[in-house]
Design a protein around this ligand. Structure first.
Ligand SMILES: O=C(O)[C@H](O)[C@@H](O)[C@H](O)[C@H](O)COP(=O)(O)O
Ligand code: SF4
Length: 638
């Protein structure tokens, strides 16, 4: 099937828009490459330090500067159930790499934040910035320049994006992502949400709630809803950065370990020393980024990727924006219903056919680029496969021809919906993202009076005081990256869902974020420009009529222009969000962070050494900080 014209047109537009920065990126990539092993550029002293503590046989290989050295960058900790299994992976990897004549070195660890532990807590105001902190930690690990490829151990929300942003700044090195897999299914996500809503209504005790939560989050592995972590896994499959079908294999199983061994030995095989050199900077290109967006849309993935995918693309010199997502969403069908877009979890999704099934359906429908570089070579179709273990022999079979459960996974010929359900909404309040795949049809247009809040605590106090039993649009502002680190506001979901279930017409409009696990309440999020960048959310007053219309793609305050433009910006004291829980340490992030639509990135687009590069066509970057709102406002003007 020929490539869909919209997929082609969006790709062409991205290639054109990215040409200067992508050209600069590839030039930097080539400049970083050396003939032979990277460590050959180090002095004897550097080298001796680099393998002083290694066992003799490894040390000998490293001293000879012939065999490749593979970096292990791991985000292991005990706080994330999804990352806890990584504790034993480095030893498995080192032995697997030794078995094929090379050496693996634990190059460095990165932080990893669990958004479930910090949801609704002050720590959540560090979460988004932890992504670029992870990228910086990855760079610190790789900056030893001892390595010829990298294995990246991570799963969750900010961690895979951070690892990939870091890896792309060493784009001359091949990269393979090594997941740990989902926990086995416990109490369903739907039942968990029901008990939470009862608790919010005072109809369930704290003990009952805790028992339910522990029944849902009960063991090692990734939480089983389709949030940002599991969206990351699908994107790694669609970008060809996983061994095929590695995403959703249960931790601690023989098949899991076999896939880790296979990834480790594949990393050795694709180093330039072994003649099949596949640097990650050539795997992540405009086509693979478009494929990732298509995979996200077709599976109803997390809205957080309208930030993280933009930042990942930026790291590779590729500029994408929410118009790209919006236009692709209009033609990409929804093929999976995984909570919060349905009742199933990722284990059920994988059993029904998983990412490989979706990928094959979309390729056959002409909605994905087949001709892309992946860790297996060239061509995405090789990743439409599922792994199996026969005794200790790992092999792959093509993904199933038909879905194992049509309530969870559909063919492109009979989708759940003709579009991917993540849209751009815009108007006199700015540009925002809205995920509609989890919002019922009757809730996709809300027109109601605004109620403004400057914190999620203010909102919850109003809810608990019974002041919200009415139709309203909650305008929750001062939640942008410059304000307080753009926290997820997912903790408001039970209250908003209760009001919606009680028949109230409610919606949320915010310059903050929601969780990938958020869903049923219509929300226009990531509103850009944020209020602290002069965004129009600051002009909203209680009682203004706000209309959020998913069908028309509009987000509008129905206020006469003369009144609207005569208003002063609202102000708020942000200092409580800048003190405590380590937030003081992230002051520099709040000052340099770019706008949401440019990925809320704290790093510049690649640019040629000598000149600055327009961040958007027709906008002279001049002395503007990369990603600053001034240039963005030119883009955002309705
Ligand atoms: O973007 C995401 O997917 C969320 O950040 C997710 O990682 C987070 O853990 C949620 O808070 C989980 O949902 P609950 O908070 O409902 O358990
Ligand atoms: S999915 Fe979210 S809650 Fe679960 S381990 Fe990852 S970050 Fe924590």
């Amino acid at each position: 099937m020929a490539l869909h014209s919209v997929v082609q047109a969006v790709t062409d537009r991205i290639v054109k828009r990215s040409r200067p920065s992508r050209g600069a990126y590839l030039a930097h990539l080539d400049a970083a490459r050396v003939q032979g092993v990277q460590r050959s550029t180090l002095s004897c002293t550097n080298l001796a330090h680099g393998f002083a503590a290694f066992p003799a046989n490894d040390k000998l290989k490293l001293k000879e500067t012939k065999k490749p050295s593979i970096a292990i960058v791991s985000s292991y900790n005990d706080m994330l159930s999804a990352h806890q299994p990584f504790h034993y992976f480095p030893e498995v990897i080192k032995q697997a790499v030794r078995d094929v004549g090379a050496v693996a070195q634990f190059a460095g660890g990165t932080p990893a934040m669990c958004d479930g532990v910090t949801q609704g807590q002050p720590g959540m105001e560090l979460s988004l910035f932890s992504r670029d902190t992870i990228a910086m930690s990855t760079a610190i690990a790789l900056s030893h320049n001892m390595f010829d490829a990298g294995l990246y151990l991570g799963v969750c929300d900010k961690i895979v994006p951070g690892l990939l942003i870091g890896a792309l700044h060493f784009g001359h090195l091949p990269a393979i992502f090594v997941p740990a897999g989902p926990m086995t299914s416990g109490i369903s996500n739907k039942e968990k949400a029901r008990i939470r809503q009862l608790y919010a209504q005072g109809k369930a005790t704290r003990e009952e709630l805790l028992e339910c939560e522990m029944g849902s989050y009960h063991g090692a592995g990734t939480c089983t809803f389709y949030g940002t972590a599991n969206s990351n896994q699908v994107l790694m499959e669609f970008m060809g950065l996983h061994m095929p079908g590695a995403a959703f294999i249960t931790p601690g199983t023989p098949l899991r370990d076999a896939l880790t061994v296979a990834a480790s030995q594949r990393a050795v095989a694709i180093t330039q020393q072994n003649g099949n050199y596949i640097p990650v900077g050539h795997v992540v290109d405009e086509k693979s980024i478009v494929n990732a967006v298509v995979g996200l849309l077709a599976t109803g993935g997390s809205t957080n990727h309208t930030l993280h995918l933009v930042a990942i693309a930026r790291a590779a010199g590729i500029v994408i924006d929410w118009d790209d997502f919006n236009e692709l969403s209009a033609v990409v069908p929804l093929l999976a219903r995984i909570y919060p877009n349905g009742d199933a979890d990722v284990n059920h999704f994988n059993a029904a056919g998983g990412p490989g099934f979706v990928m094959r359906e979309l390729l056959d429908a002409g909605l994905l680029h087949e001709d892309v570089n992946t860790i297996l070579g060239n061509g995405l179709r090789a990743h439409c496969a599922e792994p199996f273990l026969d005794d200790d022999k790992l092999y792959w079979k093509d993904s199933p021809a038909v879905s194992g459960d049509l309530d969870v996974l559909r063919p492109a010929s009979a989708p759940f919906a003709p579009d991917g359900g993540m849209i751009l909404v815009k108007g006199n309040l700015g540009r925002a993202v809205m995920k509609v795949s989890a919002v019922k049809e009757q809730h996709r247009v809300v027109e109601a009076p605004a109620l403004t809040f400057n914190s999620q605590e203010d909102f919850m106090h109003a809810y608990q005081a019974g002041r919200l039993d009415r139709d309203f649009v909650a305008v929750l502002r001062f939640q942008g990256p410059r304000a307080n680190g753009m926290p997820e506001l997912h903790a408001l979901t039970p209250a908003l869902a209760n009001l919606q279930d009680a028949g109230r017409h409610v919606a949320l409009v915010t310059d903050g974020r929601m969780s990938g696990a958020s869903g049923k309440v219509p929300s226009a999020i990531h509103v850009s420009p944020e209020i602290l960048a002069g965004g129009p959310l600051g002009l909203v007053r209680d009682g203004d009529i706000i209309r959020l219309d998913a069908g028309m793609g509009t987000l509008q305050a129905l206020v006469p222009d003369a009144v609207w433009h005569a208003r002063a910006q609202a102000t708020a004291d942000m200092s409580p969000s800048h003190i405590g829980m380590g937030r003081e340490l992230f002051s520099m992030f709040r000052h340099v962070v770019g706008p949401a639509e440019q990925g809320a990135a704290t790093f510049p687009l690649p640019s040629p050494m000598s000149t600055t590069v327009p961040l958007h066509e027709g906008v002279d970057s001049g002395d503007i900080m990369p990603g600053s709102d001034e240039d963005f406002l030119v883009k955002a003007a309705p």
